[in-house]
Design a protein around this ligand. Structure first.
Ligand SMILES: Cc1cc2nc3c(=O)[nH]c(=O)nc-3n(C[C@H](O)[C@H](O)[C@H](O)COP(=O)(O)OP(=O)(O)OC[C@H]3O[C@@H](n4cnc5c(N)ncnc54)[C@H](O)[C@@H]3O)c2cc1C
Length: 450
């Protein structure tokens, strides 16, 4: 170990914090991981009930490539099928190609392809970007209502970058879908951006639940993890990180790597106003109602999107269609995603009332749903998706460069205010951790701020 410098403090024991800590530890850097919660894994946690059902925060898949990198490839099951559909006007269309069998969407999509040849054009909002990329009809009737339900903001107030970041070419999507059908494995498509998608990269799920991934990442730094230890303050002196405060005690730190959401990071920092703009960044809370039902194959495909306003939720996922082991034989689980605000009617509704609300609205899709219904389990998270409001764009782009404080790094999905899935979080964090290593002071850090 390099003993001439104080430890590096990592805030958060999710995938990002554990990955960063592992990279630093391997290079002989003293590191401590502070986790506010009672356990590791953050958003990548699984919950099991005594009846044999497993729930994640929404549906979670990882890839065989990430599983291999984390050393848990042998403990993962292959996901053989994954598909998405859209429910519109009483019919379910496969996504994306089934939708294009509707001549209105096809014509509008083709027209937009022919007219939007200028790839360098900058769009002033997500609404503009989606209309130019998908055609007006498909954007107005499908993509934009979903975007608004998901983000809780008007598409005209959202930045074009929200679309650009999720976009894959039609050719790429088609070739990966074909690879899936030929190989009988759910080849990842639109899933990773840091490393290329490929027919040899497919979805898997760890036996025992998602947390296995984080347990493997944690095994290298187990002795350095402190649970139930929320970092209360990050102390900055002369625009350089000096230390942290945990449980009322100040400790020096040669660097601080935070995976906390940006607005929380902004509140933690003391001794500079440089992170003040991050305080405005907002995340969309979600309520996930996991309906337990008799039978299986109640939806047309694993994920069904619901753009029509008659539904108070926007997405359904029958996870056992892709991962049969998440529910006991002869039973199934449908996760219903509600976008909400902390404290609103959905957030505060009792679990059983939420279950009833779902069953009632699902009647057109599952007419005998009430007879099949076995109760529900509800998960709520105040921080699920970064909301890419146009007004945040400058702050978001600046954050991509740096926090503005020497020795303070903001990484991971919420720390970077990005929609990254686990594989991107993993590879990106490794890259950033190597960059941080090259910037670490070799000699002792400045004195603590008091
Ligand atoms: C609904 C949904 C579905 C998803 N589906 C998929 C999927 O299918 N596949 C996929 O690959 N990815 C999926 N993701 C994304 C994936 O969950 C995340 O990318 C990943 O888990 C983020 O890891 P992280 O370490 O960046 O952040 P987190 O997991 O959020 O970890 C941050 C940790 O920091 C801790 N913390 C915060 N503040 C403090 C503090 N002050 N002091 C100490 N600790 C603190 C938190 O308690 C938390 O444990 C999904 C995400 C959502 C929301």
């Amino acid at each position: 170990m390099r003993t001439t410098q104080p430890q590096v403090a990592v805030i958060g024991a999710g995938i990002a914090g554990l990955t960063a800590a592992g990279v630093l530890r391997r290079q002989g850097i003293a590191v401590t991981v502070y986790e506010a919660g009672k356990q590791i894994a953050g958003l990548a946690s699984s919950f099991h009930d005594t009846d044999g059902f497993t729930y994640d925060f929404g549906a979670h898949f990882l890839t065989n490539r990430l599983a291999a990198a984390a050393g848990i490839g042998a403990y993962c099951r292959t996901v053989k099928h994954y598909g998405e559909a859209v429910y519109l006007g009483g019919k379910t269309y496969g996504y994306p190609f089934g939708l294009l069998q509707n001549p209105r969407y096809l014509v509008s999509g083709l027209a937009s392809r022919l007219s939007s040849r200028d790839r360098t054009r900058r769009y002033s909002s997500a609404a503009e970007w989606f209309r130019a990329s998908y055609g007006r009809t498909l954007a107005n009737e499908v993509a934009l209502p979903l975007l608004e339900a998901w983000s809780g903001a008007a598409a005209s107030d959202l930045a074009a970058s929200v679309g650009e970041k999720m976009h894959s070419s039609v050719f790429q999507t088609l070739s990966l879908k074909l690879a899936s059908q030929v190989s009988g494995r759910a080849v990842g498509s639109g899933y990773s951006h840091e490393v290329p998608e490929h027919p040899s990269v497919w979805h898997v799920y760890p036996k025992g639940g998602l947390s296995r991934l984080c347990e493997a990442l944690a095994s290298e730094v187990k002795d350095a993890i402190q649970l139930e230890s929320p970092v209360e303050a990050i102390l900055v002196d002369n625009h350089r990180v000096a230390g942290i405060r945990v449980r009322g005690k100040e400790q020096p730190a040669s660097a601080v790597i935070s995976t906390a959401p940006c607005h929380i990071l902004s509140r933690l920092v003391q001794g500079t106003e440089r992170l003040a703009p991050l305080a405005q960044l907002r995340y969309r809370p979600m309520t996930f109602v996991n309906l337990r039902l008799e039978g299986r194959g109640l939806l047309k495909d694993t994920v069904v999107w619901l753009p029509e306003k008659q539904f108070p939720f926007f997405r359904l996922t029958e996870t056992p269609l892709s991962m049969p082991w998440l529910a006991p034989a002869g039973k199934t689980l449908i996760t219903v995603d509600f976008g909400c605000q902390v404290g609103d009617q959905i957030w505060t509704m009792p679990d059983e009332a939420l279950g009833e609300l779902c069953i009632e609205h699902l009647q057109p899709l599952i007419p005998d749903g009430r007879r099949r219904y076995l109760g529900c389990r509800v998960l709520r998270t105040p921080i699920a998706y970064p909301v890419f409001l146009n007004q945040y764009e400058e702050t978001r782009r600046q954050l991509e460069q740096s926090t503005g404080v020497e020795g303070l790094y903001s990484i991971g999905r919420n720390g970077e205010f990005s929609h990254s899935l686990m594989e991107d979080v993993y590879w990106r964090t490794r890259q950033r951790a190597h960059q941080i290593l090259s910037e670490l002071p070799i000699l002792s850090s400045p004195a603590l701020v008091h």
